[in-house]
Design a protein around this ligand. Structure first.
Ligand SMILES: Nc1ncnc2c1ncn2[C@@H]1O[C@H](COP(=O)(O)O)[C@@H](O)[C@H]1OP(=O)(O)O
Ligand SMILES: [Mg+2]
Length: 375
């Protein structure tokens, strides 16, 4: 075969495989999933670049959170621009708004953010990326376009319709320490999470081998299982939670005791008979780890009854665990309600575990906290 006819055959195969993926797929939310993987992959590259440029190579004064601020705004802007091009009618509940950046004092931050967002937007397209999503060479945006995109995250949420949630850098303290953080995105339809995805650039593929390969995306579509996709480009695997007995559980919990009460978890632990020390980790990476079988239990016990958990902090992770076979409720045993608005409403914490142990854990949570079961 001469090289010309070989190229023609390759082109035909290429066209056929692309079409079969995009138009012949009848799976619900197939395009949204393809989009979300692309957006989160790009945002993970952006946040890793922020870490390498602004955290690793600069001497920060203690408590300087500006790299997180830059990364947060740039990643939300990037995902929001992609959403505007892909699903222009869908509103967004995002963590950030551009108010501070529009003021004169925001000029330096603003310039850094525009540069980083544009760098991420113009990166070459990889398999699965579509030019019409506003990505690839030449797709730079102006300052106003980017600020407007960030501000599209101001939707109030609610019980009806489609909406996306974005948490561009969840686990900011972990991000600054060079530990775990996550880029989180979800699609809700009538207050039900239909698609959840979190990118964890620093997460070991195998927690028992912390020096091994790092970086993955967890993605779930309702009714279609939960998958882990290595950021290296290796093929995805479907996750399912193994069966645990109560005493063989290990807790996953926040590093920050202000975010989840370590002392309440200790009491629950001793009621259940758990002897292993907890795995402490920042961000929704905990939900991804739970879904793939690490630990068997994630508890988030309120430290402050007045704090309102945000929907972008739980919607993606919750679906990952449910699609891997687990159960996620609050301390009353009720499903998390994503239809209240931007928050989950009153704070009853989170109890996420395998279906065999969830009832036992919930009972221990209620004994320890005095929260009553509600039908
Ligand atoms: N008092 C609190 N209780 C629970 N979560 C909190 C509290 N304060 C902040 N958070 C949120 O905890 C999340 C990180 O959780 P984790 O410790 O599991 O990594 C962040 O999204 C952070 O929100 P925010 O980004 O608005 O500060
Ligand atoms: Mg968060």
């Amino acid at each position: 075969m001469n090289s010309r006819s070989y190229l023609q055959i390759r082109r035909i195969i290429g066209v056929f495989t692309t079409r079969s993926f995009t138009t012949m797929s009848t799976r619900p939310f197939a395009l949204e999933r393809q989009f979300a993987v692309s957006a989160v992959r790009r945002a993970c590259a952006l946040t890793s670049s922020v870490f390498n440029k602004l955290v690793k190579n600069e001497t920060l004064t203690k408590g300087d959170k500006s790299p997180v601020t830059v990364g947060d705004y740039a990643a939300q802007g990037l995902i929001s621009i992609m959403l505007k091009n892909s699903f222009p009618a869908d509103p967004i509940v995002g963590e950030e708004d551009a108010g501070e950046l529009r003021a004169d004092e925001g000029k330096v931050l603003r310039e850094r953010i525009i540069d980083l967002a544009n760098e991420a937007l113009v990166a070459p397209r990889v398999e699965g990326d579509k030019a019409e999503w506003g990505i690839g060479p030449g797709q730079t945006k102006t300052t106003d376009e980017l600020l407007d995109a960030i501000d599209r995250g101001n939707y109030d949420g609610g019980r009806t319709g489609r909406m996306w949630t974005i948490d561009p850098i969840d686990g900011t303290k972990g991000f600054l320490r060079g530990e775990q953080y996550a880029v989180c995105l979800s699609l809700l339809v009538d207050a039900q999470v239909q698609l959840g995805i979190i990118g964890c650039p620093n997460l070991p593929l195998d927690l028992s081998n912390p020096d091994g390969e790092r970086g993955c995306i967890f993605v779930a579509v309702r009714g279609q299982g939960c998958q882990q996709i290595p950021l290296s480009g290796a093929s995805e695997t479907t996750l399912s939670m193994p069966t645990f007995t109560p005493s063989s559980l290990t807790f996953l919990e926040s590093v920050e005791a202000m975010h989840s009460s370590h002392s309440t978890s200790d009491i629950i632990s001793s009621i259940i008979g758990i002897t292993r020390p907890p795995i402490r980790m920042d961000s929704q990476a905990k939900y991804g780890c739970l879904a793939r079988g690490d630990g068997g239990l994630y508890l988030r016990m309120p430290t402050n009854a007045g704090y309102r958990e945000k929907i972008w902090d739980h919607a993606p992770g919750c679906l990952l665990v449910e699609e891997a076979g687990g159960i996620v409720t609050d301390s009353r045993g009720l499903p998390l309600d994503f239809g209240v608005g931007r928050t989950l409403g009153e704070n009853y914490g989170v109890v996420a575990a395998g279906k065999e142990v969830h009832a036992v854990v919930l009972d221990a949570v209620q004994q320890a906290t005095g929260v009553k079961a509600k039908a």
